[in-house]
Design a protein around this ligand. Structure first.
Ligand code: NAP
Length: 242
C-alpha cells in the first residue's frame, strides 16, 4: 500500500487526508502539536517536530514513506524548507499544496508589506488595530505609541499581555456580519493580516472593505526554489495517489 506523509495543520491538509483515504492510500498526517485540541484529520496522526531536515529524512526512511505533500500553512516557512531539504536528500518526492493568496479588489485599501516588522512600521498613530497574525506575533506590535490592539488568536498569547491589548480567543469560521460588529464594537480602523488565502478567513477582508479600514497585508514567504506546487486538493490527491 502506498504511504503518504501529509504535513498538515490546515483545512486543505484534512481534506487531502480524507480524499486519499477514500482512494485507498495509507496516509500519515503530521501536526506541529502547538495548538491545544487541534482539528484532527481522518487516519493516522503524529504530532511534534521531526528535528529539522535530518530528523525528517530519517523519519521518512524509517516509516517507508513514498511521497510527501506539504500542506502546511503558507507562513510555515521553516517546515516547508525542511521538507524540501529532506526530499532532496532522500529522493522521496515532495509536492507543496498551497492555496492561492488573496487579491485586492475594488473598494479595498491594502498596503502590502514583506514582514510583520514592516507591518508594525506602517501602523498610523493613533490607531485601533485588528490584529490577526497569530499570538506569537503579538510582541512585534505591542508598546507602539497611540496603538491599541484587538488581537485575535486560537490559543492565548504568552503572558504578560500589556494593557493596550485586548485578546479575543476564537478559531473561526467567521461571518461578515460577525466581523462587521466586532469592528464597530471596538471602533477598529486598521486590520493587520497575513496573506493566508482561502475562504475560511475572508470575512474580515469583506467587512474591512465595507467599513473603510486600512488593511496591512503581510506577504507570504517565498517557496524554496525548484519545489513543485499545486493549488487544489484534487491536484494534490491525484499526484499523491501516483
Ligand atoms: P514553522 O515555523 O514553519 O515550523 C517550525 C517548526 O515546527 C518546524 O521546523 C517543525 O519542527 C515544526 N513543524 C511545523 N509544522 C509541522 C508539522 N505539520 N508537522 C510536524 N512538525 C511541524 O511552522 P509554524 O508557522 O510554527 O506552523 C506550525 C503549524 O501550524 C504548521 O503545521 C502549520 O500548517 C500550522 N499553521 C500555521 C499558521 C501560521 O500562520 N504560521 C497558521 C495556521 C496553521 P522540526 O524542525 O523539529 O521538524
Amino acid at each position: 500500500m502506498r504511504r503518504v506523509l501529509i504535513l498538515g495543520g490546515t483545512a486543505e491538509a484534512r481534506a487531502l487526508a480524507a480524499e486519499l483515504a477514500v482512494r485507498g492510500v495509507h496516509v500519515v498526517s503530521s501536526l506541529a502539536g502547538r495548538v491545544s485540541n487541534p482539528r484532527l484529520p481522518v487516519g493516522e496522526v503524529r504530532e511534534g517536530g521531526f528535528g529539522g531536515p535530518d530528523g525528517l529524512a530519517a523519519w521518512l526512511a524509517a516509516e517507508r514513506i513514498d511521497t510527501v505533500v506539504d500542506a502546511t500553512h503558507p507562513f510555515a516557512a521553516r517546515m516547508t524548507a525542511s521538507a524540501a531539504q529532506a526530499s532532496a536528500r532522500t529522493g522521496v518526492p515532495l509536492l507543496v499544496l498551497r492555496r492561492p493568496g488573496w487579491r485586492e479588489g475594488p473598494g479595498d485599501a491594502w498596503q502590502r508589506v514583506a514582514s510583520l516588522y514592516e507591518a508594525a512600521a506602517w501602523l498610523p498613530s493613533p490607531a485601533r488595530v485588528f490584529l490577526t497574525t497569530g499570538r506569537r506575533s503579538l510582541p512585534v506590535f505591542t508598546g507602539l505609541p497611540g496603538v491599541w490592539l484587538l488581537a485575535r488568536s486560537v490559543d492565548p498569547p504568552e503572558p504578560p499581555v500589556p494593557d493596550d491589548v485586548h485578546v479575543l480567543l476564537d478559531r473561526g469560521p467567521y461571518t461578515v456580519e460577525g466581523e462587521r460588529s466586532l469592528i464597530r464594537e471596538h471602533r477598529l480602523d486598521v486590520l493587520v493580516t497575513k496573506d493566508s488565502g482561502g475562504r475560511m478567513t475572508t470575512a474580515k477582508l469583506v467587512a474591512a472593505r465595507e467599513l473603510g479600514l486600512l488593511v496591512i497585508m503581510v506577504d507570504r514567504p517565498p517557496l524554496p526554489t525548484g519545489v513543485r506546487r499545486v493549488e487544489t486538493v484534487e491536484e494534490a490527491a491525484a499526484w499523491a495517489q501516483g
